[in-house]
Design a protein around this ligand. Structure first.
Ligand code: UDP
Ligand code: MG
Length: 320
């Protein structure tokens, strides 16, 4: 299998027929083997029965996973990835705001040697106040914090090689952080402008609150990517810094006591120094617990702490 399209579907009955037309048009024009995994995320409308019809007509290409209830777009994407078989994964929305016609162009980009090609909705057709503007700020923030500069993290349309995602689990709203994770395992990433259409049928499932969730997820992602396998560097670093500050304050109090005869015990600085000492010490201990957790995490899942691009004269079995 060459290509797997993964499409989350939540109450999109009116979009599905046109979606299938667009997907068939694009995929049939390519000389590749392909499949579409549609994940019905607990829709309340007719989406599932429409998906079933198409799956019955074309079992070679159309595969459907249906959730018992609504678990959210990220979970739907995660399920799609789990059930897909292609070497190349293409993520797409079901509402036709993304245009499947952009896929060949993105695949061509991938062939230039990239591992991940991310779409950029240069002329985005969503609500300017609740979506486009907050998203612009969020994109700037994510780029700065993670060091992976993309204009449009929120664009679902992405194409990537399966191996850059091996071992990565998607939580919360994390599907948008796939490029950050991919970058952390050494993937080559690029961005291309893609078409974006206004939603014709159904309505958007998101508003302003989403940006908030994204920012919170950013903390987690930054922590996992930068310190996930070495948490003591963060906790221990912070802790040591606090203890050094505490020691400086103490030293200052002593010097002041000796040379200016100002008593130590009555100064608020003494309390501050004690507080910094305790906080710092706690933080280091917390780092040690986190180190213990990291070991459990990696060893219980036999997860290596590295990722391999190629092997020469070695077969797969040797590294797990
Ligand atoms: N979606 C989903 N589960 C949800 C919300 C959305 O599977 O709980 C799907 C939805 O059907 C669509 C995609 O995720 O295919 C993007 O959703 P939407 O178009 O509402 O987001 P927007 O384009 O407004 O960011
Ligand atoms: Mg949409």
């Amino acid at each position: 299998m060459n290509l797997s399209l993964v499409i989350p579907v939540y109450n999109e009955q009116d979009n599905l027929p046109m979606l299938f037309d667009a997907v068939y048009n694009t995929m049939n024009a390519m000389q590749k083997t392909w499949e579409v995994i549609l994940v019905d995320d607990g829709s309340h409308d007719n989406s599932l029965s429409i998906l079933k019809e198409y799956a019955e007509k074309d079992p070679a290409h159309i595969r459907v996973v249906s959730f018992r209830r609504n678990f959210g777009q990220t979970a739907a994407i995660a399920a799609g990835l789990d059930y897909s078989q292609g070497e190349i994964i293409i993520l797409l929305d079901a509402d036709l705001q993304n245009d499947p016609a952009d896929i060949p162009m993105m695949l061509a980009k991938l062939d230039e040697g990239y591992d991940l090609v991310s779409g950029w909705r240069k002329h985005r057709q969503d609500n300017a106040v609740t979506r486009n503007f907050p998203s612009m700020l969020a994109n700037g923030l994510i780029s700065r914090v993670t060091g992976v500069y993309l204009h449009d993290y929120g664009c679902t349309l992405k194409v990537y090689r399966r191996d850059v995602l091996e071992g990565f689990r998607l939580y919360g709203e994390m599907h948008r952080f796939i490029p950050v994770y991919a970058n952390s395992v050494g993937a080559k990433i690029t961005e291309v402008a893609v078409r974006h259409h206004p939603r014709k049928f159904g309505k958007t499932k998101y508003g302003l609150e989403r940006t908030m969730k994204v920012v919170l997820d950013l903390f987690t992602v930054k922590f996992l990517v930068s310190y996930g396998s070495k948490p003591i560097y963060l906790f221990g670093g912070t802790g040591s810094l606090l203890m050094v500050v505490s020691a400086f304050i103490m030293f200052y109090l002593f010097v002041r006591r000796i040379f200016s005869q100002i008593p130590i015990a009555t100064s608020p600085l003494l309390q501050m120094s004690a507080m910094f000492f305790i906080l710092g010490f706690q933080s280091i201990l917390m780092g040690l617990i986190a180190e213990q957790l990291v070991r459990t995490y990696h060893e219980s899942q036999r997860k290596p702490t590295y990722t391999v691009r190629t092997r020469i004269n070695l077969n797969r079995d040797t590294d797990d």
